[in-house]
Design a protein around this ligand. Structure first.
Ligand code: AVJ
Length: 300
């Protein structure tokens, strides 16, 4: 982890993987983001599930294992469990302490449902422990977290997901391309919660790598890169920064950036093509009336 992070911090331009945004405080700040008036994805997706969950349930194999990727507070799955009626619920997240808490609460709410929590980084491998069982799996990947991947990485991830389905399928939320005036405020809100979420990476890096980042040296920057169809988040140095860690150092000039996240926005037809290229068949999509967000079912 330290080696991976240092490699990114020494690169030009510097970068870090978005998974490091999710320490205990980062997970809570992301929860707060989903409540912001500017952050449309969560509530738009929730309305799609609200309207179409029974139709989604009808496409799934009976007694499947529901595997929630990036489960976080487990709230999205909690709203669907009684409709989907899975045989078992498996929650996967990199933020282990946060997941343990959320899953504890969920188990109390659904005492009869078999549950398993797995603390892992599923972005590189989807090899799940044997306790998950051998039956068909429905992978649940809501929130447009697929947007963190480049299209090439997304294809690779979808192929690996399909291979891990045991004949089940994938239910995935995807944020769609829309005007700049709607996209940019969602990642640069007036209250500054997204800025706090991004800047919280720095104390987390100090803890993980032993760097000496100072919050007052860095500001949040977010914009839509139209050519690449992605929101980019960066941390930008407000003045010259001399960064140190045991065994190394780096200078950042004023205005220099660390690229902390991409959030790709898809055209619905392009994402349907991507699912087919990954080997899924029988895809279906549901959207909101404004066409801002889509939920896809893809049969493995
Ligand atoms: C959790 C990756 C879907 O890209 O919208 C929210 C993360 N970053 N605000 C997104 C995020 C800044 C979010 N995902």
């Amino acid at each position: 982890m330290r080696a991976e992070l240092l490699q990114g911090l020494l690169a030009t331009p510097a970068f870090t993987s978005p998974k490091y945004l999710y320490d205990a405080l980062g997970s809570k700040l992301f929860e707060a983001i989903t409540e912001l008036p500017e952050y449309y994805p969560s509530r738009t997706e929730a309305a799609i599930f609200e309207a179409h969950a029974p139709a989604m349930a009808a496409l799934q194999p009976a007694r499947a294992t529901l595997v929630d990727l990036g489960a976080g507070n487990c709230e999205k799955a909690a709203r669907l469990l009684s409709i989907f009626q899975p045989q078992r619920y498996v929650a996967v997240d990199i933020s282990v302490a946060f997941l343990r808490q959320s899953l504890g609460k969920l188990q109390a709410q659904f005492p009869a449902l078999a549950m398993l929590g797995i603390g892992m980084d599923f972005s590189s491998s989807l090899t799940l422990p044997p306790q998950v069982g051998a039956g068909p799996r429905v992978f649940f990947y809501p929130g447009s977290s697929i947007g963190n991947f480049t299209p090439e990485q997304a294809l690779d991830f979808l192929r690996r997901t399909r291979a891990a389905c045991n004949g089940g399928g994938l239910l995935i939320g995807v944020d769609l391309v829309k005007p700049l005036e709607l996209l940019e405020p969602a990642y640069d809100d007036a209250l500054g919660v997204t800025a706090a979420f991004n800047r919280n990476l720095l104390p987390h890096l100090n803890q993980l790598v032993g760097t000496d980042f100072k919050l007052s040296d860095w500001q949040h920057v977010a914009f839509f890169n139209t050519e690449k169809s992605r929101i980019e988040m960066h941390l930008q140095a407000l003045q010259t920064v001399r960064l140190h860690w045991s065994g190394g150092e780096r200078r950042f000039a004023a205005g220099e950036r660390i690229h902390t996240e991409n959030s790709y926005k898809w055209r619905q037809a392009d994402f349907a093509d991507l699912l087919k290229t990954a080997g899924f068949t029988h895809t279906r999509a549901w959207t909101d009336a404004r066409g801002w967000f889509a939920v896809f079912w893809a049969q493995a």
